[in-house]
Design a protein around this ligand. Structure first.
Ligand SMILES: [Zn+2]
Ligand SMILES: [Zn+2]
Length: 268
């Protein structure tokens, strides 16, 4: 089985500490064939203000080249980015991604819009279901605007806010009222040649993806990446075999790799 992990963070992410070399060693130990490093760069900060600095590619390129060279023949290492709020500043998005070595871009939304308070979903205190639904209304409306843009390859962790609403803060929320919108987002993803990712959240959210996968399949979705969202070595590859099984169960036959932002299917 050709196992991949296409969502991982290193010390170059504000919430990461591990050098890529150590993540690569962990990937080999976890039995992965391919690892994509996707450090964070968001166009807005955690309070929703425009990020003042352009992305510094130099350290990212340096650690990627060193690790790719060291692991040649044992592990393919791709250079990616988890790119937040691309929809907010399209010109800056294009300039950021103008990097010929870049293999893969996850398009993520970590922040509410300014109209909804602008904060990172992580920092919201989900005290009641109504708080959750107000955030989800804003989240999916934003995702509908992000989906057709060219500034990503795979739409990141579609069910992201549920991590904090349900798993952390213990709220019970249902996506029932959003399925029409989610289907529209997935349809747009398919029509514009993008992928979605199955994000296992360190192996914790695998089966939660089944309804999204079924909906994606229904609208003709085929391109899909798999990632653990690991920020530490022990989480590299977590949930990937289970994700492959779930994909097969949902009727998918391929997982998608990216090289220089071109998708390539590989049999599950
Ligand atoms: Zn993310
Ligand atoms: Zn991430």
């Amino acid at each position: 089985m050709y196992y991949i992990d296409y969502h991982t963070h290193t010390k170059l992410s504000p919430d990461g500490e591990v050098p890529l070399m150590e993540m690569a060693e962990a990937a080999v130990k976890a039995g992965l064939a391919e690892l994509c490093v996707t450090d964070h760069y968001d166009l807005v900060d955690q309070d929703g203000k425009p990020e003042p600095n352009a992305y510094d590619w130099a350290p990212a390129l340096e650690q990627w080249r060193e690790a790719a060279e060291r692991y040649r023949g044992r592990l393919t290492i791709r250079l990616g980015m988890e790119f937040g709020s691309a929809n907010r500043y399209p010109d800056r998005a294009r300039a950021t991604l103008d990097q010929p070595e870049l293999d893969f871009v996850i398009g993520s939304l970590h922040n509410l819009t300014p109209e909804a308070g602008a904060r990172d979903f992580y920092f919201v205190d989900y005290t009641a279901p109504e708080v959750c639904y107000a955030c989800l209304d804003d989240y999916f409306a934003q995702m509908l605007r992000l989906a057709p843009l060219p500034d990503y390859d795979a739409l990141g962790h579609i069910i992201y806010p549920l991590r904090y609403m349900c798993m952390r803060d213990g709220q019970t929320v249902s996506l029932d009222r959003y399925w029409e919108q989610i289907r529209e987002i997935l349809r747009t993803v398919v029509q514009t040649g993008h992928a979605i990712e199955l994000n296992t959240y360190n192996g914790r959210t695998t089966t939660d993806w089944l309804p999204v996968l079924k909906s994606y399949k229904e609208v003709g979705g085929e391109l899909i990446t798999v990632g653990s969202d690991a920020h530490r070595t022990e989480n590299v590859g977590k949930g990937v075999p289970e994700a492959y099984e779930l994909l097969a169960q949902a009727g998918f036959r391929y997982v998608t790799l990216y090289e220089k932002r071109q998708p390539r299917p590989v049999k599950l």
